[in-house]
Ligand binder design. Structure first.
Ligand SMILES: Cc1cc2nc3c(=O)[nH]c(=O)nc-3n(C[C@H](O)[C@H](O)[C@H](O)COP(=O)(O)OP(=O)(O)OC[C@H]3O[C@@H](n4cnc5c(N)ncnc54)[C@H](O)[C@@H]3O)c2cc1C
Length: 387
């Protein structure tokens, strides 16, 4: 028997915090180890695309109301390809949804979640706690973490790794399949001449896809992806040069671009944990799967991990953290994760090359997709709610 009744979660990012809140809602206690100081993530301006299904999870936790002032609704998604007239439009009203999704900053989400976590008597958040190693025996898993130069250990019948895949790469028993795209994503915020009207733009160019998401009253968050050799020089341009190049790629739909904030890039890869039997240890969120941001799926798939894991913890009759419980959890997540990875990988492959003929096919494909109502409905359901 494992002495500690609490579930231990490594990583107090959005997925780790949502899991702890979902557990608390069922009367289950947890300890969250977070490497950063409490509040350190609150200023992170990176924009997350939240699906309608993610909104429902956040509503269940009573945090959605506090997020509403920070969230921008996406009412339409406009899909186009540079150099062709084919375009497709998805509209929330066609699917009886209030919105197709929302854009929210990582910082605003973390701030609201950490306030809720701090107020819960069932959650013990330890900040500035850097997990360094994980060990397991027949009854328990144990994590060693460093806090203010002192080493500590916590044991649990269920250890959840939600560290975003940033550390603890070498945990025994965990193997990852990784595909490096050789692409980077440039992220920033821009303002434009015309209002966004709550439309998100997905634009495919021969160099890679770009997404322009409404964020705030007038601003857009930009995710511009492509080969490293094409994206890196964009950091060196003056603001005016950058906006002119972006305008040339994106076109005239929102008029001229007027200003741009700080630009940063990060490497893109597709990575998935191989399924393996690791009793007392489970991996969720970005630590379990990392996707290309082309369709804004990664974060939402991670939150659905948290939702399903909380359900299995609360409802599986078998031993907490036992092989049976974890196998049931992994089986429940397999299809959704696989589809998310396949779908984003497909989009990157089909839309990031300029082979003769492929471009025309893509253009025809976008036009046909616009007419195929059942396919669009299926896609909207998938992107909103997963499996
Ligand atoms: C630079 C960057 C930009 C991104 N931009 C976008 C975007 O524009 N749109 C989008 O939809 N998605 C984006 N993503 C992906 C998105 O951030 C993730 O899908 C989402 O954050 C996943 O949440 P998570 O909780 O699983 O992991 P994370 O948000 O990474 O959280 C992990 C947490 O674990 C903590 N941690 C790490 N190691 C340890 C340790 N050893 N001990 C204790 N704590 C630890 C970290 O401090 C962090 O708080 C981006 C990712 C990166 C890296």
């Amino acid at each position: 028997m494992c002495g500690n009744r609490d579930i231990v979660i490594i990583g107090g990012g959005p997925v780790g915090m949502v899991l702890s809140l979902l557990l608390a809602k069922q009367g289950i206690g947890s300890t969250v180890l977070e490497a950063r100081r409490l509040g350190a993530a609150n200023q992170d301006a990176r924009a997350l695309a939240l699906s309608y299904g993610t909104r429902r999870i956040l509503e269940k936790l009573d945090v959605w109301q506090a997020l509403v002032p920070h969230a921008t609704a996406i009412n339409k998604i406009h899909v186009s390809q540079k150099g062709s007239i084919g375009r497709s439009l998805l509209q929330a009203e066609d699917y009886r949804q209030e919105a197709l999704g929302y854009v929210l900053s990582y910082g605003a989400l973390c701030k609201v979640l950490s306030a809720q976590v701090s107020g819960s008597p069932l959650i013990h958040l330890i900040d500035e706690a850097q997990a360094e190693s994980i060990t397991r025996d027949a009854a328990c898993a144990a994590v060693r973490y460093r806090r203010h130069d002192a080493l500590h250990e916590l044991q649990s019948a269920l250890l959840v790794l939600a560290d975003g895949g940033r550390s603890l790469e070498e945990v025994a028993g965990l193997k990852r399949d990784t595909k490096e795209y050789g692409h980077d994503a440039l992220i920033t915020k821009v303002s434009a001449e015309l209002p966004h009207d709550n439309i998100a733009y997905e634009r495919f160019t021969p160099n890679g896809p770009m997404a322009l998401l409404p964020n705030g009253e007038r601003d857009f968050s930009l995710v511009w992806t492509g080969e490293k050799s094409r994206i890196a020089p964009l950091l060196e341009l003056s603001d005016a040069e950058f906006l002119a190049q972006f305008h040339a790629e994106f076109g005239d739909r929102v008029g001229r671009f007027l200003s741009v904030e700080k630009r940063m890039t990060f490497p893109l890869k597709l990575s998935q944990l191989q399924s393996s039997d690791t009793p007392h240890l489970v991996v969720v969120g970005n630590a379990a799967q990392t996707m290309h941001p082309v369709a804004g799926q990664g974060f939402n798939v991670g939150l659905r991990d948290a939702e399903m894991l909380a359900w299995h913890i609360g409802n599986t009759p078998g031993a907490l953290g036992g092989s049976e419980m974890l196998a049931a959890y992994r089986a429940s997540r397999k299809t959704d994760t696989r589809h998310g990875l396949l779908f984003t990988d497909f989009l990157v492959n089909i839309f990031s090359n300029d082979i003769l003929g492929v471009s025309a096919l893509r253009s025809a494909g976008i036009g046909m997709f616009d007419l195929a109502k059942p396919v669009k409905r299926f896609l909207v359901r998938k992107m909103s709610f997963g499996k």
